[in-house]
Write a protein that binds this ligand. Structure first.
Ligand code: FA5
Length: 346
């Protein structure tokens, strides 16, 4: 090819490139066409092969022409890319939304207050070596009543108080105490468990719900005494409700413990102050937190445990009651209504 013809060809490639470039608007397309012209196997590079065939005197002129076209292409690519960036920036600035507004965050959820209470109670008893045991919510009469010494005509067995299932063959457990029976029937002493879970009764008022949570405690070993029960419950109250609070035991009757007691703690809302108008303890300065006692030897025998060798204590606490006492909640329904204004406070 003659020198002039080669230079013309080069120039027209340059023009062709400029025309094609003008029509493009994405960086990817621009880089692609750049490679098609300037790449190793590109159209401009292909013409370079012709240069070797030229007379040495002409090569300098042609080389300069090559460089001019190459520089022209590279320069117009850079200019075009800067123009694209500038156009994108201008479009961003022209948007009517306020890009400086903070984003919408999704607030992280957390466990329900009653789950927190259950987990914290399990953790505190865990510090004392109690392990978690579980039982079903649908129970047999034997585990819920019979083995625990409830007489056949005990009022708790009345249809007015208990939800029976399957024509009376089963019932919704009325307390977590059947887990005591299940554990004593399946394990040998020493036994040291807590059993949290849902229980059911025909109750319904601001402090009583038809479904609620309890946590049961059971310790069976050699030489277990009432003072051990006192120590465990006092430790729990101090850890969960407050170091300064004391507890007291009032004699009470549960068919499966002897002696049996209701356990009260000092009211955490008016402790050390004026209790006369306290709506939590109603001016008494004490609030009931649990039923408890020494496991009746009859129950141990029902569960095939040697009463000559072993004694034990048990207790049962209401989880809602604990949450209400700690946070001053006056209506138990708040726990179940899923009102975020209430739930997010804890
Ligand atoms: C019992 O249920 C016994 N099983 C506790 C026990 C265990 C005694 C081991 C001795 C040895 P009681 O019926 O008092 O006892 O219930 C225990 C706690 O459950 C109560 O103190 C109260 O906090 C809670 N509770 C009872 N009924 C309801 C209800 N309907 N709604 C919410 N909490 C309740």
């Amino acid at each position: 090819m003659a020198t002039d013809a080669l230079i013309n060809k080069l120039n027209s490639l340059g023009e062709e490139f400029a025309e094609a470039l003008a029509a493009l608007s994405s960086e990817q397309d621009i880089r692609e066409i750049q490679a098609r012209f300037l790449g190793k196997k590109g159209r401009v590079s292909a013409l370079m092969g012709e240069m070797g065939k030229m007379a040495p005197d002409d090569r300098r002129t042609i080389g300069a022409a090559f460089n001019k076209v190459k520089d022209g292409i590279a320069g117009s690519v850079e200019a075009k890319l800067s123009e694209l960036v500038a156009r994108a920036d201008a479009a961003d600035l022209a948007r009517t939304i306020d890009v400086s507004l903070p984003g919408r965050t999704r607030s992280a959820g957390h466990a329900h207050l009653l789950s927190q209470v259950r987990e914290e109670a399990v953790a505190i008893f865990g510090e004392l070596g109690f392990e978690v045991a579980e039982g079903p919510q649908i129970e047999t009469d034997f585990n819920n009543f019979e083995a625990l010494g409830f007489a056949k005509d005990h009022p708790a067995r009345d249809e007015q108080d208990t939800f029976f299932v399957d024509e009376g063959r089963f019932l919704l457990r009325t307390h977590t105490s059947p887990v005591q029976v299940r554990t004593m029937l399946s394990e040998k002493p020493p036994i040291k468990i807590v059993a949290p879970g849902a229980v059911y009764r025909r109750d319904d008022d601001p402090t009583h719900s038809p479904m609620f949570g309890q946590i049961e405690g059971l310790l069976i070993d050699e030489q277990v005494r009432f003072s051990d029960l006192k120590g465990v419950l006092l430790h729990f109250v101090k850890r969960y409700f407050g170091e300064e609070l004391d507890i007291r035991f009032r004699p009470s009757f549960f068919p499966f413990v002897e002696p049996g007691a209701e356990v009260d703690m000092q009211c955490s809302f008016c402790a050390g102050g004026d209790s006369s108008s306290c709506r939590v303890c109603k001016g008494t300065t004490w609030v009931e937190i649990a039923g408890a006692g020494m496991v009746d030897p009859v129950v141990l025998e029902n569960c095939k445990i040697d009463t000559e060798r072993y004694t034990g204590f048990a207790f049962g606490m209401g989880l809602e009651r604990m949450a209400m006492l700690r946070h001053g909640v006056s209506d138990i329904k708040n726990f179940y209504e899923c009102d975020m204004r209430f739930l997010t406070q804890f």
